[in-house]
Design a protein around this ligand. Structure first.
Ligand code: C2O
Ligand code: CU
Ligand code: CU
Length: 483
C-alpha cells in the first residue's frame, strides 16, 4: 500500500490528465453546470421522491437507460431542517425493488432505509424522519443487498442539505447554485457509442468498478460559472469505488469547513483533499482575485497490492479533469472574506474504558476466492447474510471500534451515528478526519469512537460496511442492533 504522503505528493504535482476520446473534443461547446433541482422541505415538512426509468443521451450519440428520482438521472437536492420531523414519501415506479437509505441521518433503525426496508416494485414507503443533528451535507441512495452497486450506478442517489438557517452568521455562502454549489462527483465508464456501461469483469469486482470519465451532477465536462468571491463547494464522492484526490490547479487551497456530519470550528487550508466513496466535504474556494480555476483529481491511490494493472491499466488510472470554474462578473458577490471561525464542533470523546470491537475487512485471498466473480468479501471472516446479526450494541455507551483493512484502502461506513476518528495507524488523524464523520477511509488501521443515541432492532438493524459498492454487495458488510 502506498503511504498517504506518497499519494498526496503524486496527486498535487505534474498531474497528467487522461486524454479524452477525439469525438469528445469535437463535441460542441461545454454546457454550464446545473445544480440538481432543489426540493426544499424546510417550510412544508414533507417531500416526495419518485424512482423511475428514463433515457439520457450523455454524449449526444446513443442514449443510456438510466434511473433517477423525480428526474432521469440522480435525484433532487433535499433541503431539510436539521431539527424537526419530516414526512417522506417514496414511490417506486421501477419494476425492481429499491430502498432509500438516508446516509448520514442519525435516525432510528426502523426508518434508516437499509436492506431490510425494500420498497417493492410499484410500491410506496412513507417514513417519518425525526431529524435532530448538526447542519451537514449528507445524501441518500438505494441499499438493496447485492444490488446497491448497479442501482446507485444507474442513478439512484442524491444529496441532502441539513440546515439551521444560520449560514449568514457563520460567513458561509448559502445561495444555492450561485455561491453554494452542490457537486455530485462520479466516475463512469462509457462505450464507443457514448452509452454509460456497467459490466464489471473480475478485476473490477475485486477492486471496485472505476470509470474513465468524471461526471458532475450527471453532466459530462460542464463548466461552473462563479462570482468573484468566496464559493462553497459541497462535494460528494458518489463513485462506486474511486478514491478522489482533489486539488485546484496551481495549488489554490481548498479551505475545508465541513466533513461528513458537520461543520468544523474554523477553516483548514488543504492542497489536496482525499475523498473516498460516500464521503462528503464542504470547502471554500476563493475566486476574488485569482480568476478562473480547475478542479482535478489525481490517479486513484487505491490500487493496493495489485498495482495499476488491476485497475484496468494506466488509461483508467490517470488523473482526471473534473470541473473548470469561470469567474462571471455579473454574478453577485455575497461573501468575499474567508471566515475565521465558523462555530462548528469537533468531536472529543472519552476513549478511556470504552468497550472495544475489532473489525477486519477481508478480501478473500487465495485462488477461487480472489478471482471468483463477486469476490469473497467478508468482515471478521463472515460474509454478510441478511439473516445473521453480527453485533449487539448498547445505546448511549461510547465504544471504540478498531478497523483493519486487507490489501486495499476501504471506506468504512457506520449507519445511525456520527463518529470521531481517534487514530489512523496509531497516529492522530489527518486534518480532514478531525471533524464529525460517518465514513472513514481505512488505510491499514483506523480507530473510531462512537455512541448511538437511537435504537435499531434485530429485525431492522443498522449496517456497517465498506462503501466500495462492489465490496459491500460482495459481502463486506455486517449488521447490528442497538438497544
Ligand atoms: Cu451509504 Cu450503508 O450506506
Ligand atoms: Cu449509511
Ligand atoms: Cu472495501
Amino acid at each position: 500500500m502506498i503511504s498517504k504522503r506518497d499519494f498526496l505528493a503524486t496527486a498535487g504535482a505534474g498531474l497528467a490528465l487522461a486524454a479524452l476520446p477525439k469525438w469528445v473534443l469535437a463535441a460542441t461547446n461545454r454546457q454550464t453546470l446545473k445544480m440538481p433541482p432543489l426540493l426544499d422541505a424546510t417550510q412544508t415538512g414533507r417531500f416526495e421522491l419518485q424512482a423511475g426509468e428514463a433515457e439520457v443521451n450523455f454524449w449526444g450519440r446513443k442514449p443510456t437507460r438510466t434511473w433517477g428520482f423525480n428526474q432521469p438521472y440522480l435525484g433532487p437536492t433535499l433541503r431539510l431542517r436539521n431539527s424537526g420531523s419530516v414526512q417522506a414519501t417514496i414511490k417506486n415506479n421501477l419494476n425492481e425493488e429499491i430502498s432509500v437509505h438516508w446516509h448520514g441521518l442519525i435516525i432510528p433503525g426502523n426508518v434508516d432505509g437499509g436492506p431490510h426496508q425494500p420498497v417493492a416494485a410499484k410500491g410506496v414507503w412513507t417514513p417519518v424522519l425525526p431529524v435532530e443533528q448538526m447542519p451537514a451535507t449528507i445524501w441518500y441512495h438505494s441499499h438493496i443487498h447485492g444490488k446497491t452497486a448497479p442501482q446507485v450506478y444507474r442513478g439512484l442517489a442524491g444529496v441532502i442539505h441539513l440546515t439551521d438557517g444560520q449560514d449568514d452568521a457563520r460567513g458561509l455562502p448559502s445561495d444555492y447554485g450561485v455561491d453554494d454549489l452542490t457537486l455530485v462527483l462520479q466516475d463512469r465508464r462509457f462505450d464507443r457509442r457514448g452509452r454509460m456501461i456497467y459490466d464489471p469483469n473480475m478485476p473490477d469486482s475485486m477492486m471496485g468498478f472505476a470509470g474513465n470519465v468524471m461526471m458532475v451532477n450527471g453532466q459530462i465536462s460542464p463548466v461552473a460559472r462563479v462570482p468573484r468571491g468566496l464559493v462553497r463547494l459541497r462535494l460528494l464522492n458518489a463513485s462506486n469505488a474511486r478514491v478522489l484526490t482533489l486539488s485546484m490547479d496551481e495549488g489554490r487551497p481548498l479551505h475545508l469547513v465541513g466533513t461528513d456530519s458537520g461543520l468544523l470550528k474554523a477553516p483548514v487550508a488543504l492542497k489536496t483533499l482525499v475523498l473516498a466513496p460516500a464521503e462528503r466535504a464542504e470547502v471554500l474556494v476563493d475566486f476574488s482575485n485569482a480568476g478562473n480555476g480547475l478542479l482535478v483529481t489525481g490517479p486513484n491511490p487505491n490500487t493496493g497490492m495489485m498495482g495499476g494493472g488491476m485497475m484496468g491499466g494506466r488509461r483508467r488510472n490517470s488523473g482526471l479533469e473534473i470541473l473548470p470554474f469561470i469567474v462571471d462578473e455579473s454574478l453577485p458577490v455575497r461573501i468575499s472574506a474567508l471566515p475565521g471561525q465558523i462555530g462548528g464542533s469537533e468531536p472529543d470523546m472519552v476513549s478511556e474504558g470504552a468497550p472495544v470491537r475489532h473489525f477486519s475487512l477481508e478480501m478473500g485471498m487465495g485462488m477461487g476466492g480472489m478471482f471468483r466473480r463477486g469476490g469473497r468479501f467478508s468482515i471478521n471472516g463472515k460474509p454478510f447474510r441478511m439473516n445473521r446479526l453480527n453485533q449487539t450494541v448498547k445505546k448511549d455507551v461510547t465504544e471504540r471500534w478498531v478497523i483493519t483493512g486487507q490489501m486495499m484502502m476501504h471506506p468504512f461506513h457506520v449507519h445511525g451515528v456520527a463518529f470521531q476518528v481517534l487514530s489512523e495507524n496509531g497516529r492522530p488523524p489527518q486534518a480532514q478526519n478531525r471533524g464529525w464523520k460517518d465514513t472513514v477511509l481505512v488505510q491499514g488501521q483506523a480507530e473510531i469512537l462512537l455512541r448511538f443515541v437511537h435504537a435499531a432492532s434485530p429485525e431492522i438493524p443498522y449496517m456497517y460496511h465498506c462503501h466500495i459498492l462492489e465490496h459491500e454487495d460482495g459481502g463486506m458488510m455486517g449488521q447490528f442492533s442497538v438497544s
